[in-house]
Design a protein around this ligand. Sequence first.
Ligand code: PLP
Length: 387
Amino acid sequence: MKLSTKGVWAGEERTFFENATQVPVVHSVAFGYKTLQEWMDVTLGEKEGYIYSRNSNPTVNVFEKKMAAMEGTETSVSFSTGMAAISNTLFALVRPGDRIVTQKDTYGGTSKIFLKYLPEYGVKVTMCETGDHESMEKEIAKGCRLVYLETPTNPTLKIIDLQRLSSAAKESGAIVVTDNTFSTPINTNPAEFGVDLVIHSATKFLCGHADALGGVVCGPSGLIKTINSFREINGAALHPMAAYLIVRGIKTLHLRVREQNRSALKIAGYLKTNPNIKEVLYPGLPGHKDHEIAKKQMRGFGGILSFTVTGGETRIKKVLDNLRLAKLAANLGAVETIAGIPATTSHVECSIEERKQLGIPEGLIRYSVGIEDPEDLIADLEQALSQ
Ligand SMILES: Cc1ncc(COP(=O)(O)O)c(C=O)c1O
């Protein structure tokens, strides 16, 4: 099946309650049985069924099956948020004394785990210059438990060569994890390039309507089982209502992302010609420094772009305050266009010193393209940039 078909059908093969055609939202916390024997059989995994919604839930299960199908992995496990997916994966798989190799540019919450929380637990984290594949390969070859990647990066839109770093990790016996939130399974399936675990903030493109938080990790059943066991105890379970909203979102994911890919490319091209723009970061532009890698591993270049303007802070404020067709908000990947700067969006959790340490430019405007007509968005940018 193609991705569009999987988005609609995967995980929904069984007959639902009362033959409902849509996935029922099962709010029940627990699932009751008539006999102790039957209850025991389900508890021991000898019979299919559910026990308690912190561990598994029928609505949530549909989302997990759909995501495993979309990413082409054996299975997946869901979480209450994208950050829960990232932190549970890391804390389930590494131990004090282990070493992680990663890149400097990752989503701010993830960077905070690498800068503060993992080192506090005795885990050594080596953060390489993003895009310097050679130095990452060297660091990986020194030996590490886990290689953590994110591509395209938030908000700098750098592209990491998944195949190259996955094969370096395989030679070192390390687990490769990547955050695929920006690309979505429509544009990239990291497992095809050797990545073991594929993470999403389901809050973003998967949900698509900015009305549910969620996260997911897709991968082989052995690793997912370890992460799932940790989550059952840690308790960061996805709420069934959020799972339902995300499942509904995934059904139109391919349509939205296809449109967002097209519009973002058009808008990036327009911004390149505007005299008030200093730099446009979009991997779909032939001039982008990672364009060749992007072409190799992305079917489309995504709905997010970033840009810097001439005139410093005053113009940044003018542009953002005058945008009529963009919400100024700490989110991305929704049907509405959204804009903001790292200090209020991707790296809000980091201090100004941490952003400096990570090389995140303060004046970058991140622009998440919605599904509006790109001509309207261009006209809106034009008027805001000419203020
Ligand atoms: C690339 C990326 N990964 C992870 C997250 C965290 O997701 P959540 O907000 O669902 O916890 C975000 C949030 O913006 C993100 O942009």
